[in-house]
Design a protein around this ligand. Structure first.
Ligand code: NHR
Length: 221
C-alpha cells in the first residue's frame, strides 16, 4: 500500500484491541494517525491520548439518522487522510454510503471462524453448535454484516472445559497478535484483493484467508 500506511481506528469501548495495535506499531509499517469513537466516554480515547494520538468523538445520539451520523464521521475520518480504516470494537452498523466510500480499505475483526457465527454472542453459539474449533477472522467490511472477504483467521481447538468466558479470553489473546499483523500485511501491500479474491504475495488465499493456530502463536511468544 504505502511505505508508512496511515491508519485510523474506530472504536466504541475500552480499546484493548487498539492498545495491541499501538503497542506493536514499532515492529510494523503502519502508523495510527487518528482514533474516533461514537461514544465520548470510551476508554479507548484515553489510551490514544496517552500515546499522543489525535482523537475525535462524535455522539451518534446527536444525529437524526444513521446516514447523517455516518456522513459527519466520514468527514472527520478523511481529515486524517487514512490509507486504511480499522474497526476495533466499533459497535455501530455502517451505512451503505460509508462502506462504499472506504471500499477496499475498511477492515474488522470478528470473533468467529467466518462464515460461521455471524453477529453477537459467538462464543456461546460455537459451544451450542458443538463445534470442535472456534477463532477469529479479520475481514474487509461490506454492507452486509460480517460478510466481506476474509484476510486472516486465528483458530483454536475447543476443549470440554471451555466456557463462553474462556473462549473469549483465548480468542482475545489471538486477536491481539493477529490484527496488528493483518494490518501490516495490508499496509505493506502483501495482501491484495481482486474480485473478492484475497492474495498474499500474489498467491490466492482460500475463502478463510491465511490461517494461524493458537498453538503456533503460543510457540512464538
Ligand atoms: N457495518 C457494516 N456495514 N458491515 C459490517 O460487517 C460491520 C459494520 C459495523 C460494525 C463490527 C461488528 C462487530 O465487531 C461491524 C461490522 C455492531 C453491530 C450492531 O448490531 C453489529 C456488528 C458489529 C458491531 N450494532 C447496533 C447498531 O444498531 C448497536 C449495538 C450497540 O450499540 O451496542 O448499530 O461485532
Amino acid at each position: 500500500m504505502t511505505d508508512n500506511c496511515r491508519v485510523v481506528v474506530l472504536l466504541s469501548g475500552s480499546g484493548t484491541t487498539l492498545q495491541a495495535i499501538l503497542d506493536q506499531q514499532n515492529q510494523y509499517c503502519y502508523q495510527v494517525v487518528g482514533v474516533l469513537s461514537n461514544r465520548p466516554d470510551a476508554y479507548g480515547l484515553e489510551r490514544a491520548r496517552s500515546a499522543g494520538i489525535d482523537t475525535r468523538s462524535l455522539d451518534h445520539k446527536h444525529f437524526p439518522s444513521r446516514e447523517s451520523f455516518d456522513l459527519e464521521l466520514m468527514e472527520r475520518i478523511d481529515k486524517f487522510k487514512p490509507d486504511l480504516v480499522v474497526l476495533a470494537g466499533y459497535m455501530r452498523i455502517l451505512s451503505h454510503a460509508f462502506v462504499k466510500h472506504y471500499q477496499g480499505k475498511l477492515i474488522n475483526i470478528h470473533p468467529s471462524l467466518l462464515p460461521k457465527h455471524k453477529g453477537l454472542h459467538t462464543y456461546q453459539s460455537a459451544l451450542d453448535a458443538g463445534d470442535k474449533e472456534h477463532g477469529t477472522s479479520v475481514h474487509y467490511v461490506t454492507e452486509e454484516l460480517d460478510s466481506g472477504s476474509v484476510v486472516m483467521q486465528g483458530t483454536l481447538n475447543i476443549t470440554p472445559a471451555d466456557t463462553a468466558k474462556t473462549l473469549e479470553q483465548r480468542v482475545k489473546v489471538m486477536e491481539h497478535y493477529l490484527y496488528p499483523r493483518a494490518i501490516d500485511w495490508i499496509a505493506s501491500g502483501r495482501i491484495t484483493v481482486e474480485d473478492d479474491v484475497i492474495s498474499l504475495d500474489k498467491k490466492p488465499l482460500g475463502p478463510q484467508g491465511y490461517r494461524i493456530s493458537e498453538k503456533s502463536i503460543a510457540s512464538t511468544e
